[in-house]
Design a protein around this ligand. Structure first.
Ligand code: FES
Length: 157
């Protein structure tokens, strides 16, 4: 870690020093500034707040909106709301994993897609639904999901 990074992390975590109950706020601040929460930032947050690193990692894993890798060129928001859940969103997530090699909160190795989980996209009648950048894709199944991702990838070349 460079001295500049260290100073930046110290500045970001300083308001939360010694305040374990503000772990989520501290992580939000780091993510809003860096775009994601890399391992060195996780360690800095743990140190500053006085909580175990395992707890920091646990919180990041639990809440889908925290990212541990940089944001990709396209943001894929997969709806995890009730209607989409009932209509088999787990098959869509599996298709995404197969196509992109990553799951929720992660960015594909080619840097093209960041996958996020959201609670409801307001298009429940089209469940299961995902949004890629500003475009909503509904009535998904595994095949359609993969086709959409391939088309976007080819268009990004
Ligand atoms: S629950 Fe998925 S769009 Fe509303």
């Amino acid at each position: 870690m460079t001295a500049a990074t260290e100073a930046q992390l110290a500045r970001l975590t300083e308001p939360y020093a010694g305040r374990p109950s503000e772990l989520i706020q501290a992580l939000h601040r780091v993510q809003s500034e860096l775009g994601y929460i890399p391992p060195e930032a996780q360690a800095a947050v743990a140190r500053a707040l006085g909580v175990p690193l395992s707890q920091v990692r646990g919180v990041i894993t639990f809440y889908h909106f925290f990212r541990t890798s940089p944001v990709g060129r396209h943001t894929l928001r997969l709806c995890l709301g009730t209607a989409c859940h009932v209509r088999g969103v787990e098959h869509i997530l599996k298709a995404i994993r197969e196509e992109l090699g990553v799951g929720l909160g992660q960015t594909s190795a080619d840097g093209l897609f960041t996958v996020e989980g959201v609670r409801c996209l307001g298009a429940c009648g089209l469940a299961p639904v995902m949004m890629v950048d500003e475009e909503v894709h509904g009535k998904l199944d595994a095949k359609k999901t993969k086709r959409i991702l391939r088309q976007i990838r080819e268009g990004s070349g």
